[in-house]
Design a protein around this ligand. Structure first.
Ligand code: SF4
Ligand code: MG
Length: 283
């Protein structure tokens, strides 16, 4: 059985020292080993951004896609080979700006895969511009007088779009993040995991200390029921989206591939793909 070290490779991440993305990488590797995967059973598809490099830093199949397009690639991969565990990952700019349409439709489509967003509330790779997750008044090179836009509330958006698994964590909380990724992988449907992953170089507002002061762990809320969608929405709104934990999970809704007709259950990869010229002519 594979262990944590089997998911490590010899590629040295070029993230800045202290970047939150290191812990996300470590949590993915731990979670993959903990759920009993072998490296060849896992694929990570990433978008563009500092966080997008993660697909090259884990020893498994990896696909570094284009900006905001990790989800269509990842969904296609899962539909073609349903025995594969598929993770998509990227940043808040990648997933909640250029890739937002894919995010909303992937959520409501509910293919069995996990989407991990490394949310640092800024564009890091392009050296610090305001993102859809930046707070009002946030000053960057693109908003020198402070952002005047309302920041996106991704988890409320996901609940409204019909998500079946909505979770949030903090890159400093390796134990919680690893557990959430394990549960996201095990969930039979689309799992959205938003991770507060500080950009230590360009975001001097949403720092590790800032997150520690503002995060509300679900474990501190008595009688919280993650199957209660209305409660999930209410608590997110009450805490300004700063809840961490598994906020909502619907364990009864079948995933997309369990409902779709016309494909073999195991996906295209197991079918005889050797087509004759006559087969091509019929397509
Ligand atoms: Fe991480 Fe920010 Fe450095 Fe990018 S610029 S690697 S997000 S700390
Ligand atoms: Mg970002």
């Amino acid at each position: 059985m594979a262990t944590l070290k089997d998911f490590r490779n010899n590629v040295k991440p070029n993230w800045c020292p202290g970047c939150g993305d290191f812990s996300v990488q470590a949590s993915i590797q731990r979670a993959a080993a903990n759920v009993g995967l072998e490296p060849e059973q896992l694929a990570i598809v990433s978008g563009i951004g500092c966080s997008g490099r993660i697909s090259g830093y884990v020893n498994c199949y990896g696909f570094h896609g284009i900006h905001g397009r990790s989800l269509p690639i990842a969904q296609g991969l899962k539909m073609a080979n349903r025995e594969l565990t598929v993770l998509a990952s990227g940043g808040d700019g990648d997933g909640f700006a250029i890739g937002m349409a894919h995010t909303v439709h992937a959520i409501r489509r509910n293919i069995d895969m996990t989407y991990i967003v490394m949310d640092n509330q800024i564009y890091g790779l392009t050296k610090g511009q305001t993102s859809p997750r930046s707070g009002e008044g946030f000053k960057t090179k693109s908003t020198p007088s402070g952002s005047i836009e309302t920041p996106l509330a991704p988890l409320e958006m996901a609940l409204a779009a019909g998500a079946t698994f909505v979770a949030q964590s903090f890159s400093s909380n390796l134990k919680q993040l690893t557990h959430i990724i394990e549960e996201g992988i095990k969930h039979q449907g689309f799992s959205l995991i938003n991770v507060f992953s500080p950009c230590v170089t360009f975001n001097k507002v949403n720092t590790y200390d800032w997150f520690k002061e503002n995060i509300v762990d679900l474990e501190t809320i008595p009688d919280y029921d993650p199957s209660n969608r209305i409660q999930a929405m209410t608590k997110l709104m009450e805490t300004d989206g700063m809840l961490t934990g598994i906020i909502y999970q619907n364990k009864t809704k079948p995933s997309y591939e369990n409902l779709v007709t016309g494909f073999k259950a195991e996906g295209l990869a197991k079918q005889d793909m050797k087509l004759s010229q006559a087969d091509f002519d019929k397509l």
